[in-house]
Design a protein around this ligand. Structure first.
Ligand SMILES: [Fe+2]
Length: 495
């Protein structure tokens, strides 16, 4: 038997006991899934569980007794999850609602979150994730308000724990940059939240079953000898996909206390985070384990999202950019046109006070908004004379084609909208929809101004470039006719 196996080992329970059991309503028309959730949450012993087979049944239950949490499927007969979410918000806005679905479209996720859902889970999900999320959101939902004076100390501790939890979440969510920066942040946070003496993050290579140091940190000055790597324990964490807390007075790598937790991506262990020795007390508590586990889980989710998002998003954008580049090779526009329109649009959007996310969407859309021109034959693309009716129809169609090309992409909603509406006009005489005034989305109105300006100031097969002043004059002449006057003013101010 290996040495560390003789040590006292304690795997702490994740959920804390609460004085009042929180009540949870589980809504799903598919009995096996519903039963699975009911069973898992009932077994934890911390919650009172009710269940319903559709929105109507759930609402009747909810009206008779508002719940702390509702976990609801989206697509159900009679009344679906989104309608139920709306109704719940009306009755008790503080109820935490987690939406569950097998086919999450991004639009739906965003709508659900906007309507007040606290989270979204994709079927099939792991029971671990379900328990973690339920625990997390019920913690954040606070106490019931029924506790008496005697409970004040207990409540104070709970509050501190809650604020530490939200601190962890905020810190992880707000960490910009790549994976390496997140790894650094995880280790810093781990040391901070449990007042640990040293912390390591090892990446795990499944193919060779080996560990590689990624971040090593010690709060009292870095010394590599301070950093424990306990291969047996780490392997145990990988095998169990669960945390370990070990206490020992004799093992120098552990003494007096060591926490090891897995970092997971898509159900696989991708690394192990390990913190050793509490600086003042030496020995870690169950709460310490709980916080490190929360940190690891949150960081894992964040990394997973980042990895998936970044790789998918970067690949897709590159594909669209090459499509646009292939059009530009046939057209006389250059890549600089896209870059200029993109850079100028960003300035105008910032001047108009658009939120950072919208500015970023516009930056991307400005580079790919003419992707629909791929459907133009050379006879149209390079024509210098007047276009026939049919040719004009094909030209105008590039907005719809562009939107269609982007439509399967979940993450580009705003970009799709901008692509669709960038040829609409303030007076309603644009295309493809003939929207007018503020009915045209703001980002589309901004791109219309910048794109027209850049077209006017570029050489085209059928005419020479206008001067910048002449082009601005032309935009101003079309204030509140073709273009939104306020955007023309913003443009004139930043050019
Ligand atoms: Fe266009």
């Amino acid at each position: 038997m290996r040495d560390w196996e003789n040590l006292f080992m304690d795997v702490a329970a994740l959920a804390e006991n609460s004085d009042r059991k929180k009540n949870i309503l589980i809504v799903d028309d598919y009995l096996p899934t519903r039963s699975l959730m009911v069973e898992a949450l009932s077994q934890s012993g911390n919650y009172e569980i009710s269940e319903a087979a559709d929105g109507t049944e759930a609402l009747t239950l909810f009206k008779s007794r508002p719940y702390d949490m509702v976990i609801s499927d989206i697509i159900m007969p009679v009344m679906g999850g989104m309608e139920l979410l709306d109704a719940i918000r009306e009755i008790k806005a503080s109820t935490a609602v987690i939406m569950v679905t097998a086919h999450p479209a991004l639009e739906l996720t965003v709508t659900a979150m906007k309507q007040g859902a606290v989270d979204f889970m994709k079927k099939p999900f792991s029971i671990d994730d379900l328990l973690f999320k339920v625990d997390l959101y019920l913690r954040n939902s606070g106490s019931s308000g029924n506790e008496g004076e005697d409970e004040s100390r207990h409540l104070k501790i709970k509050e501190e724990q809650l604020s530490l939890q939200s601190y962890i979440y905020d810190a992880i969510e707000n960490t910009p940059g790549d994976q390496e920066e997140i790894f650094q942040k995880i280790v810093e946070l781990a040391l901070k939240i449990v007042d640990g003496e040293s912390c390591v993050l090892f990446l795990y290579d499944k193919t060779t079953d080996s560990f590689h140091p990624q971040v090593l940190k010690s709060s009292n000055g870095f010394r590599e000898s301070n950093i424990p790597f306990v291969a047996g324990l780490f392997k145990e964490v990988v095998a169990r996909k669960d945390a370990l807390m070990v206490h020992s007075s004799s093992d120098p790598l552990i003494a007096p206390s060591l926490i090891c937790v897995p970092l997971m991506i898509r159900g696989n262990v991708m690394g192990v985070l390990s913190v050793r020795r509490k600086r003042n007390l030496g020995v870690f508590t169950k709460n310490d384990l709980h916080h490190i586990l929360s940190l690891a889980k949150r960081a894992s989710l964040n990394l997973e999202n980042k990895v998936l998002y970044e790789s998918t998003y970067a690949n897709l954008l590159n594909t669209f950019k090459s499509l646009v580049a292939s059009i530009q090779m046939r057209d006389h526009y250059t890549e600089e046109h896209c870059q200029r329109v993109s850079a100028l649009s960003v300035k105008v959007a910032a001047r108009c006070g658009c939120p950072a996310m919208d500015v970023e969407s516009l930056r991307i859309a400005a580079m790919i908004h003419d992707v629909g021109k791929i459907a133009w034959p050379d006879s149209i693309l390079l024509k210098s004379g007047r276009l026939s009716e049919e040719e004009l129809r094909i030209v105008k169609n590039h907005t719809l084609v562009g939107e269609k090309i982007l439509s399967p992409v979940l993450l580009l909603d705003k970009e799709k909208e901008i692509t669709l509406y960038h040829h609409e006009r303030w007076d309603g005489k644009g295309y493809p929809c003939g929207l007018s005034g503020r009915a045209v989305p703001l980002l589309g109105r901004i791109l219309a101004v910048v794109d027209s300006f850049d077209a006017m100031t570029s050489d085209r097969p059928y005419r020479q470039a206008m001067s910048v002043d002449a082009a601005i004059e032309e935009l101003k002449k079309n204030r509140n006719i073709q273009f939104d006057g306020e955007i023309v003013d913003a443009f004139a101010a930043v050019i």
